[in-house]
Structure formats: C-alpha cells, structure tokens
Design a binder for this molecule. Structure first.
Ligand code: ADP
Ligand code: AMP
Length: 216
C-alpha cells in the first residue's frame, strides 16, 4: 500500500504516519525528518536546504525529489510506504508519477489555521529519531524524553509563530492545489483532523480499508 499524507504543517501528518506504520508495518518517509537529518549532518543537500527551512519556505523541488527517489529505492519500501510531507508541489507530484510510483490512497488531514497556530506552540520532537509529541494533546510518558528512543525532545526552530504563519501561506499557495490533482485521480480521502489523535487514526485506517488493524 503506497500512501500519501497531505495537510497543512501541524495538521497531524507525522503523528498519524507513526500510527499507520505501527499498524500496517510499512515505513514512514518524512521529507521534513530527512531534511533535518541532512542539515544536522551537514551534507551538501542539508546545506542547500537550511536557509529555506529556517525561513519557512519550501526546499527546491530538485533537492527534495532526489532525496525521495533515493529513499524509495531502499528494500523496506517494497511492500509500501507512507509519504509524510511529500509531495508538496505539483511538480513534486508529477516527479513521483515519473518515478513510476503508483499511489493507492491520499489522506488529506484538514485542520483550520487557527488550530494549527495553537498546536505548534506545544509541539516537541525527538532530536534524534524525529518522533512527534504535544505537551498537552500527545505527551511522552516521561517529560521531555522520547518514548521510542529515550533521547531528549526539542522545539523545532521553524515552529516559531512567525515562521508558522509563513509556512501556512506557503501551504495554501503551493501545496493545497495537490488536493485537486489527487481528487482527479480518484484517490483522495478527506479526514477531519481536529478530533483527538485516536479518532483521527480510526478515520484514517477506515479510509485505508485497514480498520481491522485496530482490532488485531
Ligand atoms: P505535521 O506532521 O502535519 O506537521 P504533527 O503530527 O507534528 O503535524 O502534529 C503537530 C502537533 O499537533 C504535534 O505537537 C502533535 O502532537 C499535535 N497533534 C497531532 N494530531 C493532533 C490531534 N488530533 N489533536 C491535537 N493535537 C494533535
Ligand atoms: P515538515 O517537517 O514536513 O513540516 O517540513 C519542515 C520543512 O522542511 C518545510 O517547511 C520545508 O522547508 C522542508 N520540506 C519538507 N518537505 C518538503 C517538500 N516535500 N518540499 C519542499 N520542502 C520540504
């Protein structure tokens, strides 16, 4: 099953991707996490991406497309994958098609901008594995410690309210047109993303036809 998660920054894509991974046993491919790791490691791609990420802008298509192309060639993607944060522009969606990738489901998680602004102030992420938490809505078991790998949780630089505003504008201008792109292909499912994390997971698994994963 090849899945795309669409939605504004902060809509809950990473949170839901982590759940789907667990239930469906397919990897989460988060371009945000890949880019942050590249920046941390100081790779060429990371250096190219840095100024765009910090300004809340999109990294140039060619840089991100190359990263995804390389990642999808890895063995663990053979039985499917969840793309979280890619594609974010129509040329990225076209590039995915040109790679020969068939998409089975596009889950669009809808959350109004005002709610996003509130969510971002409480977001914490693992500085090592990239897992996502919220201080109130999705807290870790131990304060400031990642449940998955035990590393410290951090605040993302680009979660500053001014940068979030810019990122939302970029989303509306450049990413939202993808809804029409995938609707035309008949694979778009719209999910109400303002409900509790568990409710959104249930709706998402239903849309994927994988609700039995919750029972098993
Ligand atoms: P995205 O990957 O789309 O940028 P995240 O999954 O990181 O978004 O979610 C943004 C923030 O909102 C995180 O702090 C996360 O814990 C929190 N969050 C995600 N889903 C929900 C939800 N359904 N209700 C409340 N908070 C949520
Ligand atoms: P995310 O973790 O998905 O919120 O992404 C964080 C930042 O990484 C974005 O604001 C962009 O600067 C960059 N980024 C992530 N995915 C993409 C993409 N598909 N295209 C361009 N830039 C991206």
């Amino acid at each position: 099953m090849n899945i795309i998660l669409l939605g504004a920054p902060g809509a809950g894509k990473g949170t839901q991707a982590e759940k789907i991974c667990e239930y469906c046993h397919i990897p989460q491919i988060s371009t945000g996490n890949i880019i942050r790791a590249a920046m941390k490691n100081g790779t060429d791609a990371g250096k190219k991406a840095q100024e765009f990420v910090n300004a809340g802008k999109l990294v140039p298509d060619a840089v991100v497309i190359e990263m995804v192309n390389e990642r999808l060639k890895q063995d663990d993607c053979k039985n499917g994958f969840i793309l979280d944060g890619f594609p974010r522009t129509v040329p990225q969606a076209q590039a995915l098609k040109e790679m020969g990738v068939e998409i089975d489901h596009v889950i669009d998680i809808e959350v109004p901008d005002e709610t996003i602004m509130q969510r971002m102030t409480g977001r914490r992420v693992c500085g090592d594995c990239g897992a996502t938490y919220h201080m109130v809505y999705n807290p870790p078991k131990v304060e400031n410690v990642c449940d998955k790998c035990g590393h410290e949780l951090i605040i993302r630089k680009d979660d500053h309210p001014d940068t979030v505003k810019d990122r939302l504008q970029v989303y509306h201008e450049q990413t939202e047109p993808l809804k029409g792109f995938y609707e035309n292909l008949g694979v778009l499912y719209v999910i109400e993303g303002t409900r509790a994390v568990e409710e959104v997971t249930k709706d998402t698994l239903n849309a994927l036809g994988a609700q039995s994963a919750l029972e098993g």
